[in-house]
Structure formats: C-alpha cells, structure tokens
Design a protein around this ligand. Sequence first.
Ligand code: TMP
Ligand code: ASP
Length: 237
Amino acid sequence: MEKREQIYEGKAKKVFASDDADIVIVSYKDDATALDGLKKGIITGKGAINNRMTNNLMRRLEAAGIPTHYVKELNDRETAVKKVTILPLEVIIRNISAGHFASRYGVEEGIVFDEPTIEFSYKNDDLHDPLLNDHHILALKLCTKEELELVKSYAFRINELLKGYMKDIGIDLVDFKLEFGKTPDGQIVLADEISPDTCRLWDSMTHDHLDKDRFRRDLGGAEEAYIEVITRLMEEK
Ligand code: TMP
Ligand code: ASP
C-alpha cells in the first residue's frame, strides 16, 4: 500500500490518501489536547500505543460481529482503513459516573450505574460539540432513523465486549466515545479509535486512572499509564 497526499489533519491523527481509492491511511500523533483544544501537549509514545490498541480491539470486535473500518496495520503508528464518511456524532457510553456526567448532573465520580447510559454530541468544534438527543439528530438530518438505531445497538454491544476485554486485564471501563462512518455502499461501520484518549480506564483494584485524564487533570504519569494499558492488553492476546 502506497501513501499519497494528506487529506485531513485532526487533533490526534492525520489521514492520507492511498493508491487504493477505497482505502485511506490513518497516522496517529503524540499530540494531546483537552478542554476543547485549549490545552495542548505531547504524550510521548501515545500515537504508537493508540494505533496498536485500536487495531487490537477493532480486530476482536470485528471477529465478534461488529463491522469496523479496520483493514491492516502498516507500521507502528499507521493503519489502512476503509474510506468512510464519518457521521458527525460522538457516541458516548458510560458505565460509571465520571467527567462531564458528574459535573453536569452534580454527582460524585465512581457511581456504578445499573444500566449503561448513552449520549450524543454534535461533532462540531465551532459549536463546542453540543449535546444532542435522538430527535435533534433526526431534525438536523445527521443520519437516518434506521442508521441511528443501528449505531445505538452497535454501541451497546461494543460496550459489553469492551467491558469484558478490559475486565480480563484488571481494568474497569468507566466510559468511552465512539465514532461511526458510512462506506460508499451505505454500510455503517465503527471508525476512529478506541484508546486511553477516548476511554476512561480505571485499574480495578486501585482505581488509578490509566487514561487521558492524567493529562486533562495534570495528574502526571500519562506516558506510564498508556504503556501500562498496552502492556496488559498485549500480554493478554
Ligand atoms: P466526558 O465525561 O468529558 O463527556 O467524556 C466521556 C468520554 O468520552 C471519556 O472517556 C472521554 C471521551 N471523550 C473523547 O474521546 N473526546 C472528547 O472530545 C470528549 C469530550 C470526550
Ligand atoms: N480532545 C478533546 C479536545 O481537545 C477533548 C478531550 O478529550 O478531553 O477538546
């Protein structure tokens, strides 16, 4: 697979065209942002870790029946994925209260929910990713009703699978963000990444934060936390 021109640069990844019109190459950066892009930094080694972790999890999800954009890992920080149109939705699943759930609703962090929650935000930096309910999504025509139902059912199934993978390596999956894309033939597939940037991962025993909250909250030890997660994941499989 040959890398061609850059077609997009986001906060944590670049996307390049390839010699295959149906495939693009994602390149993971070490750059980290938080607070709507206001806080900027580098987590050394993060790009390679997020690349490997995302691919490991997407391969397992695919084998469990979840369609994903994953095609092939090319090197340390680059992966070939199907070219899709990303639905402008951030799909957030929560199992335990933390972050914006805790601050928005005035509750402490660490409350284990009886059932997972789902919420959506509009992927739009200028508007600061406002929250959306199902009716808003349909009014804005961000996807069809059928696509929304599919996204929700995939998201809850992915949660059950990921919770299990993490439990096996001594980690509680607190919450996470997913993005979905649409292939040229209209199939909805899981896209973007699944990494400590996009998940809250707490050590099951110590409740240590093994994720980007170490950077967001200036806790220190972000590099070590990312290495801890990828090491446990790679030893497992
Ligand atoms: P929140 O508590 O800040 O809403 O975050 C919920 C989860 O979503 C958390 O695991 C981090 C992830 N997330 C992203 O991946 N990107 C984002 O822009 C935001 C706000 C959250
Ligand atoms: N990466 C996002 C931003 O820069 C938010 C986050 O992950 O906290 O706004």
